[in-house]
Design a protein around this ligand. Structure first.
Ligand SMILES: Nc1nc2c(ncn2[C@@H]2O[C@H](COP(=O)(O)OP(=O)(O)OP(=O)(O)O)[C@@H](O)[C@H]2O)c(=O)[nH]1
Ligand SMILES: [Mg+2]
Length: 364
């Protein structure tokens, strides 16, 4: 026991204690909770609404009645935001899904991506405002962290509209391309289409979300998983709102006269790979890239615009950009009042202890 005591003493001396930093971060972030926003986009009828339903409702709403009913999803006609708060082993996640109406119903599809890019910009703008506002402590982050772009399974690769659409998005959001309704294709057709799409993404300079490189000290299994993930893009997916019976088990799938397609069967499609990527392995990286690359771009543009406006205006000589202040609404007024009162209180305290009103004035 004495020996143990001495060795513990030695350890204590060798460590200052900053090895606990990761634990501190862990505790703090678990307390705060996480949030994630996912968006879907693409032509009408490709199964966007069905997929997001399959993607999250399978695990998230296990006991919801909706699952077992043969629920038909209606056509999406406006951008709809669904938010669910989920908890797993004490970790809280606020998940937001932004379902968008598909394009293709209009005769002219020029700029069909506009409502979607506008939506993404609006979220950035809101965040930028909040960040430069009074109350920065509890900013709600509604920025879109990932956009699943649906490519049709028919056809021979990307259409011009797909290229333009993804290019309109790629500087603003992490684009993850998917081949939809993969049950229409045989395995060799899936492979051919995937190769083709990958080639075209390169050829047209579309910057889709890049999975980060694997560290060299990761174990072999992880490296293999990472390699498979990178080779599977664009993920070929199948969605379904019905639960069918296959080999005595109830599974989410599609029942055809010639058999059953199982959504979560890895030999039928890449649905599980996509879900694991989004939730288990890359959620944090998607958020980091959104914040460090896409939002930073937006911010830089905003600041640049403001500075150029100021330099144009010869009456103002300050090189520091001044934010256009929105007219204060009731909420802001209340906040200002609260902060004033807080300061008054603090001022009074210092006044009391120092007996010097002039000092107090300076403190302000
Ligand atoms: N074969 C097949 N059909 C699917 C799949 N996913 C969805 N569908 C069917 O495709 C039709 C359209 O699905 P939705 O999910 O409404 O498509 P959407 O992309 O949301 O359409 P919009 O809301 O108009 O943009 C429905 O009848 C679905 O049952 C799939 O993976 N394979
Ligand atoms: Mg829809």
């Amino acid at each position: 026991q004495v020996c143990l005591h001495i060795s513990m003493d030695k350890i204590e001396k060798q460590y200052v204690g900053f090895a606990t930093l990761p634990n501190q971060v862990h505790r703090k972030s678990v307390k705060k909770g996480f949030d994630f926003t996912l968006m879907v986009a693409g032509e009408s009828g490709l199964g966007k609404s069905t997929l997001v339903n399959s993607l999250f409702l399978t695990d998230l709403y296990k006991d919801r009645k909706l699952l077992n009913a043969e629920e038909r999803i209606n056509q999406t006609v406006e951008i709809i935001k669904h938010t669910v708060d989920i908890e797993e082993k004490g970790v809280k996640l606020k998940l937001t899904i932004v379902d968008t109406p598909g394009f293709g119903d209009a005769v002219n599809n020029a700029e069909c991506w506009k409502p979607i890019t506008d939506y993404i910009d609006q979220q950035f703008e809101q965040y930028f405002r909040d960040e430069s506002g009074l109350n920065r402590k509890n900013i709600q982050d509604n920025r879109v962290h990932c956009c699943l772009y649906f490519i049709p399974p028919f056809g021979h690769g990307l259409r011009p509209v797909d290229v333009e659409f993804m290019k309109a998005l790629h500087e603003k959001v992490n684009v993850v391309p998917l081949i939809s309704k993969a049950d229409c294709l045989t395995p060799s057709e899936v492979k051919k289409l995937k190769d083709r799409v990958r080639e075209e993404i390169d050829k047209f300079g579309i910057k889709i979300y890049q999975f980060p490189d694997c560290d060299s000290d990761e174990d072999e299994e992880f490296k293999q998983q990472d390699k498979e993930l990178k080779e599977s893009t664009p993920f070929a997916v199948i969605g379904s709102n019905t639960v069918v019976e296959a080999k005595g088990q109830r599974v989410r799938g599609r029942l055809y006269p010639w058999g059953i397609v199982e959504v979560e069967n890895q030999s039928h499609c890449d649905f599980v790979k996509l879900r694991n990527m989004l939730i288990r392995t890359h959620m944090h990286d998607l958020k980091d890239v959104t914040c460090d690359v896409h939002y930073e771009n937006y911010r830089a543009q905003c600041i640049q615009q403001m500075t150029s406006k100021l330099t144009q205006d010869s009456r103002i000589e300050s090189p520091i950009p001044i934010l256009p202040l929105p007219t204060p609404d009731a909420e802001t007024e209340k906040l200002i009042k609260m902060k004033d009162q807080e300061q008054d209180k603090r001022g009074a305290a210092t006044e009391g202890s120092r007996h010097s009103p002039s000092l107090n004035q300076e403190n302000r």
